[in-house]
Ligand binder design. Structure first.
Ligand SMILES: Cc1cc2nc3c(=O)[nH]c(=O)nc-3n(C[C@H](O)[C@H](O)[C@H](O)COP(=O)(O)OP(=O)(O)OC[C@H]3O[C@@H](n4cnc5c(N)ncnc54)[C@H](O)[C@@H]3O)c2cc1C
Length: 562
């Protein structure tokens, strides 16, 4: 007799589930209620609700089903023609459809809600991103290219490309690449080797671009050195190019291969050889690194939103699992230490969210021309700070989320490992943590930025009547004041540089804590909601001030190079 009843009695763990990602996110809904006028919120909420449903439902299911598919590069056709076409995944095709339906780039340029347009756009992106297999990467560059062209004032290129970049129509929509990194370096782009040679009224480019995501774009903004220009960043110029002509033929370039990457595997990141690519100068034939800065301002904001969206997604999954999974006689959610672990992640996510959406709000003000000098200085400083702090938080939070699932978190077909792998790119592209820290610290306008940041933190502190929040607010203010003093105390260059990351993280975490306290007070006053207080106090228990004495000479001894 074959008795299989014991097999039927074997335990099977049910999978984590996602609900409507808008309705399940009281932080987003609460912050929007606090920030947007009531009529604007009424206008945007139905679409957020729809997108929240799709992101936690059909798109998430498609993402899991599409897990093993990756983009494919076809270099030659059957007749020996070089074609270099890239077939993207089914999820990416659906992501494009949703992008157009919800205007994930277009919303920022239609400006239906004036200075709130960026908030509306990024609330949608925040819901969409974790189910999109990083389709947000080309969208970020598309948005960045649109903004850069507008700032360049080049009316011919604006007329040619802007309607496509901001289109909601699949027949006309274009994405853009941003081709900066070469084999010589992505941080020190001044070492770029790509040459620009004048050819009649236009230019031809020769060189190799080493990381180009996503190579499915119709156009790109890139840097190249016009012949005879000086070495370094100033000698580079910014160029506009289209990848194919009207007949679909490649514009003097070759896609050598797609990169085999740790994560973002659905993003076709290519190595490209420019072999006389026709291009147009966007502005002056020098100062390209400065000309392309608007691109970075936008893509770093996207990066921050994607970081906080990954944290939110990881937590949504981890909390669902903790409610279902039992150990030692109770669901994980009721085990004090597991709850403590998740609470720490929740507090990090709240802090990252508030800083990121403050940045988004400021950016919306800038583009609507409703920004004062202090807010402008704050925006400049918090753009690199937010990108670098949230990038680190996203990796830390998603790593802990993986552990929160035990072995299942390490198993590919749960879909969970991808979360950590994809998050790991966030501190690398669009400027690494170290490079952005140096950028923030060595900027000529640091003092204006610091004064604005102090002003913002002290406004938060002044809004606090709850004594526990007031104490946490003072902790944030103290960390900013000590950082400012440290900057002013005339350290030598090596000490300054060696401390830049700790300083940037201290300023970023202090701002997050102050914003947490401010939001917590609002939640408390408005509805007696204590969640914000819990997040702020929890966040305040991790040291905010990360500064300590450094000795670069001793570091060199430790590394064996002293
Ligand atoms: C998946 C993916 C997609 C990408 N897509 C694009 C794209 O579409 N377009 C594009 O242009 N680029 C793209 N990049 C490239 C990316 O922007 C670069 O990898 C990044 O800027 C770092 O440059 P690098 O790789 O040359 O590293 P390096 O510049 O060599 O840096 C190596 C390390 O040195 C550190 N470092 C450098 N200088 C200093 C310093 N002065 N002090 C302290 N530390 C320092 C950095 O922080 C880093 O940790 C992509 C990268 C990845 C991973």
């Amino acid at each position: 007799m074959n008795d299989t009843s014991w097999q039927q009695a074997l335990f099977t763990q049910s999978a984590p589930e996602l609900g409507n990602q808008y309705r399940d996110d009281p932080l987003l809904a609460g912050w929007l209620r606090r920030t947007l006028p009531a009529d604007v919120l009424r206008d945007v909420e139905p679409e957020l609700d729809e997108l929240g449903g799709v992101a936690g439902g059909a798109l998430y299911r498609l993402q899991l089903a599409d897990r093993l598919n990756e983009p494919c590069l076809l270099q030659w056709d059957a007749w020996g023609n070089r074609v270099d076409t890239v077939e993207v995944t089914a999820l990416w095709r659906e992501a494009e459809r949703l992008t157009l339906r919800h205007g994930l780039v277009a919303t920022a340029y239609e400006r239906t809600h004036g200075r709130h347009a960026r908030i509306e756009q990024f609330a949608k992106v925040y819901l969409f991103h974790p189910s999109s297999d990083v389709y947000t990467c080309p969208l970020a560059m598309t948005d960045g290219a649109a903004r850069t062209l507008i700032e360049s004032g080049n009316q011919a290129l604006i007329a040619r490309a802007l309607p496509q970049l901001t289109s909601r129509d699949p027949a006309t929509f274009w994405t853009s690449g941003q081709w900066m990194t070469e084999t010589t370096g992505g941080s020190d782009v001044g070492r770029s080797q790509t040459r620009a040679v004048q050819d009649g009224a236009g230019w031809r480019l020769y060189g190799r671009k080493w990381f180009t995501s996503a190579v499915t774009a119709q156009m790109a903004l890139t840097l190249a050195r016009p012949e005879g220009n000086a070495p370094g960043g100033k000698g580079l110029a910014m160029f506009y190019l289209e990848l194919r002509d009207a007949g679909g033929r490649l514009n003097g370039l070759r896609v050598d291969r797609l990169k085999d990457k740790l994560g973002t595997r659905k993003v076709p990141t290519a190595e490209i050889m420019l072999e006389g690519t026709r291009a147009e100068l966007v502005g002056e034939p020098v100062n390209g690194t400065r000309a392309i800065e608007p691109m970075l301002g936008v893509t770093r904001m996207w990066n921050s939103v994607c970081a906080v969206a990954f944290m939110r997604r990881g937590l949504a999954l981890a909390r669902s699992f903790a409610a279902k999974r039992e150990a030692f006689g109770a669901p994980l959610a009721e085990q004090p230490l597991h709850a403590d672990t998740l609470a720490a992640l929740e507090a990090e996510t709240w802090g990252a969210f508030l800083m990121t959406f403050m940045l988004v709000e400021l950016h919306g003000r800038l583009e609507a021309g409703e920004i004062d000098a202090g807010q402008r200085a704050l925006l400049r400083l918090v753009t690199p700070l937010t990108k670098l702090v949230t990038g680190k938080q996203a990796v830390a939070v998603t790593s802990e989320v993986i552990e929160g699932f035990g072995g299942a978190g390490y198993v590919e077909d749960t879909g969970l490992p991808q979360l950590l792998r994809d998050a790991q790119v966030l501190p690398i592209w669009e400027g690494t943590t170290n490079v952005l820290s140096l950028d923030a610290l060595l900027r000529s306008d640091l003092h204006a930025g610091l004064a604005a940041l102090m002003g913002r933190v002290s406004a938060c502190v002044r809004s606090l009547s709850d004594p526990r929040l007031a104490a946490a607010g003072r902790q944030a203010m103290g960390a900013v004041e000590r950082s400012a003093l440290w900057i002013q105390s005339g350290h030598d260059r090596d000490v300054l540089q060696a401390s830049a990351r700790r300083l940037a993280l201290t300023l970023g975490r202090a701002l997050q804590l102050a914003l947490l306290c401010e939001h917590a007070q609002w939640l408390l006053d408005r509805a007696g909601d204590r969640r914000g207080v819990a997040a702020a106090l929890r966040y305040s228990r991790v040291p905010v001030d990360l500064m300590h004495e450094v000795d670069p000479e001793l570091d060199r001894v430790l590394l064996g190079s002293g």
